[in-house]
Design a protein around this ligand. Sequence first.
Ligand code: ADP
Length: 364
Amino acid sequence: MSISGSPTKEQVIDILRQVNDPELHRDLVSLNMIKNVAVCDGNVRVAVELTTPACPLKDKVREDVLAAVRKLPGVANVEVEFSARVRSSPFKQAMLPGVKNVRAVGAGKGGVGKSTLSVLTAVGLARAGARVGLLDADVYGPSIPKMLGVENARPKVAGENKIIPIVAQDLKLMSVGFLIEPERAVVVRGPMAHGLIRDFLEKVEWGDLDYLIVDLPPGTGDVPLTLSQSLPLNGAVVVCTPQEVALLDAVRAARMYQMLNVEVLGIVENMSYFIAPDTGKEYDLFGKGGAEKAAARLKVPFLGSIPINVAIRKSGDEGNPAEIFEKDPQGVGAAVQKVVENLAGQISIRNESRAAPVELNIHR
Ligand code: ADP
């Protein structure tokens, strides 16, 4: 303690060694999350740098820091300030030098809301303050340009064959949809998909990004498999609906990633339940909770449930996903926000756990 009775900066830092990040389960000091401590006449200010701006447990970190510092004698007041810096995946690839994390969104089959969830999670991360790119690699149904209201945009080519991504809703976007007529069938086979994705990775000016979200084609066939192998993925999210038959497909998709040594960051249950707009009553249309059980069986995190709601369908058709967050119709925005935060949390956890480098391992 200093002469005035106020604790010293070192004492504050020492006590913060006892505060663990609730997700990373290590103390804030050794995680290098304490950026500054200022002490003046018993007034303490602690600057904490989170590992993602969409931190799911920010309030818990604040409470734990406050409680720990208040234990020190001579403390009159404590303030906690937050900033965020997304950390890079330990498996960052040379192909995308400015991109810290490349995450895929996949599904066992089409129509479960994979593209919708790709858009909403990307928009949610960008709204939290992250730098986000979205690569629509769903060659069978590239719907993301429409979902972001830029279906008539065309990316420009600059300099030495570089493609400038379209910017929509604060996201850098590139899509197969920009290259084809909207109603033309896309016939792609594995090797073509591989070439396409290399162009998207190498020729598109992604710049510096915290997260690049990739919307993959559904299923476990030749094309999604080739794309998953061609991309420098640090993890994948599987979207599914709760019916038992749908879950079987989702489990197959999750197992495909696991076989390719792409970590499954979690499963999201879309169209999980329905809230009647007139009464607010919740209806279980398809058997809510199935995805959570499938996640437990696969030993992967469950990231949350999104209700079936007309506002989500409209936001997709009208190209205005921000409305879901801004208006939060019937709690849909809050449900999506939770998934966004859980996903960001899982990415931080994986980045900190520093697993051994992956090797491709396809079981025949
Ligand atoms: P996928 O990418 O899996 O094929 P999409 O994201 O294109 O599926 O969604 C298919 C359709 O379902 C779209 O019209 C979309 O707006 C709608 N949709 C997706 N999720 C929801 C939801 N939770 N509530 C209402 N409509 C949804």
